[in-house]
Design a binder for this molecule. Structure first.
Ligand SMILES: NC(=O)c1ccc[n+]([C@@H]2O[C@H](COP(=O)([O-])OP(=O)(O)OC[C@H]3O[C@@H](n4cnc5c(N)ncnc54)[C@H](OP(=O)(O)O)[C@@H]3O)[C@@H](O)[C@H]2O)c1
Length: 337
């Protein structure tokens, strides 16, 4: 049997936790070219909040009644594909479910001899690739430059900040709370941290970066983006990775008030998603695996147990209760195998 979390309807004006429905069904018979997989870890991402509304985004929304879309890692338990054998580990959009049947083109093998499977959802997965391409291809930090990263203790932000530090930049992280700020300076080795929940971000930036910001890696949008905009150097770069401060109510999302700074200071502000970079994933894996292997990159994971923790997990991402890359570990009695 497989346990699946389905989205019953689009999120309109009710709490997100009310739209999930748990179902149990037998694993379907395979046809040629298909594999069946037992899913061990599911990734919870802020981007999921965009997939549950019927709005244009970087990929189509989940359809009401469908299993919720999510990245996962899984072991193949049955195969009618020449390209996958029982025991292979794979990743892809495997869904919030205990088991799934996939066409061979929907999954990609992961080298679990290199690292634990769940790392392919965090430091060696889309999270790590997003940090790598956003910082190193769009931001392009150079030695002596000043880089500011928001949501810096989170999954993407922590890796982006460390990559800028490895490039020789001076890096300031913004995060919520004293514990997360201590993590930034003491564990990740950033030059300074700003606690946006208890400090005035603008005043702290003025004190820490009197000569202006070269690169702002933006994960949050909202007032923090506005504070950064007025402190960018002439021809500075802003990497727009996400805007998590706006995800709770995307219908009323606020754009930056200080956007004229982009004109007056000739700022380059660029968004991206991983669809721009899928052809370069091996390059990211090489750099990230080397850093995680030699300890020069640190990646922490926050693991919740059970598929039904999806609702809690999404709330945690928006409140900041997660400490690192948020994952669900699937309890296999959920799927009876
Ligand atoms: N462009 C892409 O392809 C791509 C891919 C993956 C992720 N992303 C984006 O990257 C960002 C980070 O995602 P992640 O997966 O790494 O999540 P994460 O940073 O591990 O978790 C989200 C964090 O956002 C912070 N946050 C929440 N509400 C906030 C607010 N109002 N103001 C400031 N900070 C707030 C919280 O940290 P604090 O405790 O510090 O508040 C929370 O822990 C998101 O915007 C996401 O959409 C983009």
């Amino acid at each position: 049997m497989m346990t699946q979390i389905r989205m019953s309807e689009y999120l309109v004006d009710r709490p997100a936790r009310e739209i999930w429905q748990t179902t149990h069904d037998p694993v379907p018979e395979l046809t040629d070219g298909q594999v069946a997989a037992r899913i061990d870890y599911v990734s919870i991402d802020p981007g999921m909040t965009m997939w549950i509304t019927d709005k244009r985004s970087y990929m189509p929304p989940v359809r009401p009644g469908d299993v919720m879309r999510a990245f996962g890692v899984a072991e193949i338990i049955e195969s009618r594909s020449d390209n996958f054998a029982v025991g292979d580990w794979v990743t892809g959009f495997l869904g919030v479910q205990s088991h799934g049947v996939f066409n061979e083109r929907e999954v990609r093998k992961i080298p679990v001899d290199l690292a634990a499977p769940e790392l392919f959802l965090s430091g060696l997965g889309m999270t790590g690739y997003t940090a790598y391409f956003g910082m190193m291809d769009i931001g392009r930090p150079e030695a002596e430059e000043t880089v500011v990263v928001s949501a810096a203790s989170g999954a993407v932000g922590s890796i982006a900040a460390q990559l800028a530090k490895k490039a020789g930049a001076r890096v300031i992280g913004i995060a919520g709370g004293a514990n997360k700020c201590r993590y930034l300076t003491e564990t990740l080795g950033l030059d300074a941290a700003i606690d946006y929940k208890s400090e005035d971000v603008g005043a702290r930036l003025d004190a820490l970066v009197p000569n202006h910001i070269d690169i702002y890696y933006d994960n949050v949008g909202g007032p923090i983006l506005d504070a950064a905009l007025t402190r960018m150097r002439y021809r500075g770069r802003i990497v727009v990775c996400g805007a998590v401060s706006q995800y709770e109510n995307m219908a009323a999302a606020q754009g930056p008030k200080n956007y004229m700074e982009i004109v007056t200071q000739s700022i380059k502000m660029q968004g991206f998603t991983m669809r721009d970079y899928m052809h370069r994933v091996p390059e990211a894996i090489q750099v990230l695996a080397a850093g995680l292997g030699d300890g020069s990159l640190v990646c922490r994971q926050h693991v919740l147990d059970g598929l039904e923790s999806l609702a809690d997990g999404l709330e945690m991402l928006l409140s900041g209760a997660n400490q690192g890359k948020l994952l669900i570990r699937v309890a296999h009695e959920e799927g009876h195998s």
